[in-house]
Write a protein that binds this ligand. Structure first.
Ligand code: ACO
Length: 448
């Protein structure tokens, strides 16, 4: 199959958010901790009428409508999520409501779960299907959907919520360089959800940062090795135009890009110039563990990487900074930011993608972009996603209201026999919302 990849995208995030500056003051954190320290501007969250299922219904319906895709044309539907609403029934089966109506129940795929990595697993499943002998010529559809909420404390400002849907097929404007994937998977307790009675994760924040950076190093090395074996020449950061990272908060993205620069320095790659080499030389003898702990190295690499960061990473940071960690949707929301900002100049570019899910699973892979044919063109994808308008039309909540909603959601998690306020006044037309969970835990949704 030729040019297998992403044909179309749609993004949805709740119209409800809180400014990080406001949350910071409310939490009694030092001024600048969330905005400069974590690098975040704003955080989106679901109110009691929205959840990962309603957001997915909204996003999939919108994608099918806006790109004029007949639901019968979908042959595989894969969902990535780490927001557990049911331990057995997949989110995918809720989405079948959309397709059953049109007489299409012949759709493979279920949910994939491993922290923020589930979306990438779902995406690879769809891409592999289209490339395989079991492909029947129809489209694949990937849905990444999560609501990231944390208990009160230092992790709370790194929440977020969103859904991304991606249509997979041939002759795509966003194609996969499938031969160059580099993965790193291992057993770690950095972030996990062992308490099934709570939506909140158990998180070792510091360990999760180190696990993330170690996985990044390992994936990058493997990616380079595969590239070099197949292409017969060294890979360096100069060979890629943009770097998109899973974005729990922007500061980690800044550190990650700088860390890749350090990798290139250690590999003696052509991307590192003489003055950068001089600045990084004092760190060349650090052991791996020392290098993750060194604040001086972190500062030096970030300084050396700054100008390249502005060109190759900054255009990918808009939605993650404005909405927060969207777990499985985070990496793809960062990629959506790039399309939003640069769609008219992306043809021919190579984009590096780094997916990380705690626990842990990580993959680095790359995409090649082409302008594509309407409606599956980069400019139309930017047009459909309409990111600027969606960001602008959000409602900012005061912190007291935000905390009140978090408390209510704690009670609602895993509960039965309740009706919601059904207040959809803040939702735009076409948005699905939760109306009721009955005595059998069955969930009911309506469309505004
Ligand atoms: N002005 C400017 N910067 C400040 C200020 C201030 N007033 N106060 C603190 N900072 C800086 C700190 O120096 C630090 O930056 P640095 O790392 O460059 O030194 C940053 O703000 C954060 O401060 P910390 O004290 O390190 O923050 P804390 O430990 O309280 O919490 C953490 C941060 C660990 C990221 C927490 O939010 C968390 O656990 N989040 C969830 C876990 C997570 O997202 N992990 C990432 C990978 S796993 C995943 O995706 C879920």
């Amino acid at each position: 199959q030729k040019n297998v990849g992403i044909l179309a995208m749609e993004i949805y995030f709740p119209p409800t958010c809180i400014q990080q500056e406001v949350l910071e003051a409310h939490d009694g954190a030092s001024k600048g901790k969330y905005t400069i320290g974590l690098g975040q501007d704003c955080m989106g969250f679901c109110t009691e009428v929205e959840d990962v299922i309603s957001m997915s219904l909204t996003t999939v319906t919108s994608l099918l409508e806006k790109y004029k895709i007949d639901p019968k044309q979908i042959g595989r539907l894969e969902v990535g999520s780490e927001t557990v609403i049911d331990k057995s029934k997949s989110i995918k089966t809720f989405l079948m409501q959309i397709f059953e109506k049109c007489g299409n129940t012949d759709i493979e795929g279920v949910d994939s779960t491993n922290a923020c990595y589930g979306g990438t697993a779902a995406l690879f499943n769809c891409v592999n299907w289209v490339e395989s002998s079991s492909w029947d010529g129809r489209y694949g559809l990937v849905v990444c959907t999560d609501s990231a909420v944390y208990a009160e404390g230092p992790a709370r400002p790194t929440g977020g919520a969103a859904t991304i849907a991606m249509l997979i097929g041939t002759d795509a404007p966003i194609t996969f360089e499938s031969k160059f994937r580099g993965s790193h998977m291992s057993h770690a307790y950095d972030f996990y959800k062992p308490n099934l009675a709570s939506e909140y994760p158990v998180v070792d924040g510091k360990l999760s940062q180190t696990c993330y950076l170690m996985a990044l190093d390992s994936c990058y090395k493997r990616y380079c090795k595969k590239y070099e074996k197949l292409e017969g020449k060294q890979f360096s950061m100069d060979d890629a135009d943009y770097f998109v990272f899973h974005s729990p908060y922007n500061k980690l993205v800044q550190k990650s890009f700088a860390r890749l620069m350090f990798n290139d320095f250690l590999r003696n790659a052509s991307s590192v110039d003489e003055s950068a080499k001089e600045k990084l030389a004092p760190f060349s003898t650090l052991t791996g563990d020392e290098s993750y702990a060194s604040r001086d190295l972190e500062k030096a690499t970030q300084q050396v990487a700054k100008s390249q960061y502005d060109v190759k990473v900054q255009p990918t940071t808009l939605i993650p900074k404005q909405v927060g960690n969207m777990y499985t949707a985070s990496l793809y929301a960062a990629f959506a930011s790039l399309i939003h900002n640069k769609h008219s100049t992306l043809a021919g570019k190579r984009v590096m993608m780094f997916s990380y899910g705690s626990g842990l699973s990580a993959t680095m892979f790359s995409l090649r972009l082409r302008e594509g044919q309407h409606p599956f063109s980069l400019s139309n994808i930017a047009n459909v996603m309409n990111v600027a308008e969606k960001l602008k039309s959000r409602n900012e909540f005061p912190p007291e209201k935000f905390v009140e909603i978090m408390k209510l959601m704690e009670h609602r998690y895993g509960a039965k026999d309740f009706v919601t306020s059904k207040d959809c006044s803040l939702l735009s037309p076409g948005t699905y919302y939760l109306t009721e969970v009955d005595s059998m835990y069955r969930r009911f949704y309506a469309k505004k």
